[in-house]
Design a protein around this ligand. Sequence first.
Ligand code: ZN
Ligand code: ZN
Length: 269
Amino acid sequence: MDLHVHSTCSSDGGSSIMDYALQARRAGLTAIGFCEHADFDPRDQGYGYLDMVRYDQELHSAREHVPEVLLLQAIEITYQAGLEGQIRDWLSGHAWDYVLASVHLVDYEDGWALVSEPGTANAYYGTHTCRQAYLAYFEELLRAARSGLADVLGHLDLVKRYGTAHYGPFEPRTFSAEIRSVLRAAVEAGMGLEINTSGLRQAPGEPYPALEVLRWYLELGGQIVTIGSDAHRVQDLGASTPEALDLVRAAGFRAVAYYQDRQVRWVDL
Ligand SMILES: [Zn+2]
Ligand SMILES: [Zn+2]
């Protein structure tokens, strides 16, 4: 299964929900989780794009045409501490299979950056030391984990996507205290941790997060791990799932998880 996919219901998605469903059937996937973007800040490129009526309709139609594949309706919120009340209210207006919380946007002294977009990200990294840039991201991520808004924490160390070009390969041990705090908060909140394989297709050449951080999550009592490609087009559906499963096994987990109606479900390895 692939639990992190963006269709054309997201501003940056290139394939329709139906195309993903048909591709999943061809490829023998049992489930897809659509994690369309919900962005709450007018500075965000995806702000105001999501149309829930369309999302519901397209999903309904794909479920009818491709009943063999479990099509989960999820949402990827761009978490921002200052907008928590607004995000909570919005989420309560719809039934989700699961909610993924991601940090994409970091506010800093005299600006802001989308850490997932080269334009603003490069300006951010260019004016901060590695420690400053990464800490601001992990601090916001800690607030996301503590918020209780979501079921799963998305792409834990996405900050390395463009950070790698400025500071070299990401070394989790440099931020071990901060990352462990995030993981501990996630465990306390009963949140799952996503292994996002898109990092294997991008500059870091490893998933978000990689093996060491997965081991820390397990050590701290974390059990819920989900796997997603963050595909924005059908060509990437299910990308690197076998590698992610190897990583989950290597870290010592015995099962992977998915969610339906916000209830965690398990697939034994
Ligand atoms: Zn994301
Ligand atoms: Zn995503």
